[in-house]
Design a protein around this ligand. Structure first.
Ligand SMILES: Cc1ncc(COP(=O)(O)O)c(C=O)c1O
Length: 473
């Protein structure tokens, strides 16, 4: 039996029946893909069906092998098919189905909360579980609002975030998200969203030749927004350590320290959205250890379980938690599945592996090599910028290196969706082409990836960019 037969409707079928029973067609009929133009798929344009994974690779329904260059969706930090996870899951499920952490607690949620608190910077010791990243951000904004209210600061409800940033799609999280095309179909959103510029030094008009000065200017934009709005109306500022949407915008030196000082000056809560960046993506457990700051809240998800189960969390400072641990106050907020014993067990297993196998050292040992290899791509006329850190990189494509002319609208569509994405996939590399800002190709491989893996990814980018330059420049 060929792999095609095995994965066609679960039974071997043939001829016309095989086509009509294909997974792609069945998916088109009943499975609504997330964030996808369903109309783009047809008999001629099948939905890619990924059927299994092994280490840093996945295989499609036809048996073709791909390198998992974006770790699923920034999730699969330790690769696929590690037997420790299956064993831990079996033990957890044999022990207890599920019990909520509403009123009750269970040992795995307690152990994980202790472990996460021990890894988090500063006094971030209180862990509130969710099932994903949007819920974590939703929780953080709500917590900030209730915290201020409890303390009699009743007008603080607004939230400041950066242009192009993505913080999730539930209505609250979407309000913090700044991508117009995601927001516009659902407006009006939650009142109180205030936007400041993204920290995009490649396209900076102010201090284009001085990264540090640009960082101070960027932090000042937050202060100016606060003063414009009235600081007494602002609850929180949400920032990623390295901003994903737009292509891995790294913070200039001093930026986080300035933002911390501004938030302290005006009594605003600083939330570090580390849904992508936490648990090793930057080579540290959290962004604060990489860039030397302590936020009031960290939100995280994705890599916390290395992709083996869904889980998110909001990690809160003792200072913010304190009013909720007195008298009859409670944070009126929660999700049934938060801190599921299976997910908590899986997260503990993942953190254990990262510690035992020195996974963070693997990232820090290879990040410069990764950067150097990508920087070599700048010799291609279509490559404008390379930015990122750890195992989190973006390559911005341009029409002209000297003018930085970008690809927009139909041009970007033709370049990315018409060629770059399908060509990477055809060559066995799953990565991300993104035109939510200027067009970028992103790599965020599993944290276990080696230098040979980096060579494969960068080599594939090179081949595809050479071809793209020939066709489109
Ligand atoms: C920075 C950031 N925040 C929040 C989210 C939302 O996470 P989720 O999809 O788990 O709701 C994402 C998802 O990609 C993200 O990248």
């Amino acid at each position: 039996m060929s792999i095609n037969e095995i994965y066609t409707d679960g039974v071997a079928v043939s001829g016309e029946h095989q086509a009509s029973h294909s997974y792609s067609e069945r998916a088109r009929r009943n499975l609504w893909l997330q964030m996808s133009r369903m109309g783009a798929y047809s008999d001629a344009q099948e939905i890619p069906i990924i059927v299994r994974g092994e280490g840093t690779h996945v295989y499609d329904v036809n048996g073709k092998k791909y390198f998992d260059g974006i770790s699923g969706l920034f999730t699969n930090a330790l690769g696929h098919g590690r037997p420790e996870f299956a064993a831990a899951a079996a033990e957890s499920m044999n022990n207890m189905t599920f019990f909520p952490i509403w009123t009750y607690a269970h040992p795995k949620a307690i152990e994980l909360a202790e472990k996460v608190a021990s890894l988090a910077p500063g006094d971030l010791n209180r862990v509130f579980f969710t099932t994903g990243g949007a819920e974590a951000n939703e929780s953080a904004w709500k917590l900030a609002r209730q915290y201020h209210k409890i303390r009699g600061d009743t007008d603080r409800y607004k939230v400041i975030s950066r242009d192009i940033a993505y913080h999730g799609t539930t209505l609250g999280a979407l309000t913090i998200t700044s991508l117009e095309s995601y927001r516009q179909p659902f407006e009006p959103l939650v009142p109180g969203a205030v936007k400041v510029p993204a920290v995009n030094h490649y396209r900076a008009e102010t201090h284009p030749d001085d990264f540090e000065a640009y960082g101070l200017w960027s932090a000042q934009q937050i202060e100016e927004a606060l003063l414009r709005e009235g600081p007494e109306t602002v609850a929180a500022v949400f920032l990623e350590p390295v901003q994903n949407a737009g292509g891995c915008f790294t913070p200039p030196p001093g930026y986080w320290q300035q933002v911390r000082a501004i938030c302290d000056r005006y009594g605003v809560i600083l939330v570090s959205d580390e849904v992508i960046c936490a648990f090793g993506r930057l080579g540290t457990w959290f962004g604060g250890q990489k860039y030397d700051y302590v936020p009031d809240i960290i939100t995280c998800a994705k890599g916390i379980t290395a992709g083996y189960a869904p889980l998110g969390a909001m990690i809160v400072s003792d200072r913010l938690a304190e009013p909720f641990h007195e008298g009859d106050v409670s944070f009126q907020h929660g999700f049934t599945w938060a801190g599921h014993p299976l997910s908590a067990t899986i997260a503990l297993t993942s953190i254990g592996i990262i510690e035992r196998e020195n996974i963070l050292d693997n990232v820090t040992a290879n990040q410069e090599y990764f950067q150097r290899s990508l920087n070599d791509l700048k010799e291609l006329p279509i490559v404008g910028d390379v930015r990122g850190t750890g195992y989190f990189w973006g390559v911005e494509l341009v029409k002209d290196q000297s003018t930085k002319e970008t690809w927009a609208g139909d041009d970007a569509e033709r370049l990315l969706r018409g060629f770059v994405s399908p060509e990477m996939f055809r060559r066995g590399l799953i990565c991300r082409s993104d035109d939510r800002g200027d067009p970028v190709v992103q790599l965020a491989p599993p944290l276990i990836s080696t230098r040979e893996d980096i060579d494969f990814m960068v080599g594939t980018l090179r081949d595809v960019f050479v071809e793209a330059a020939k066709r489109y420049l």
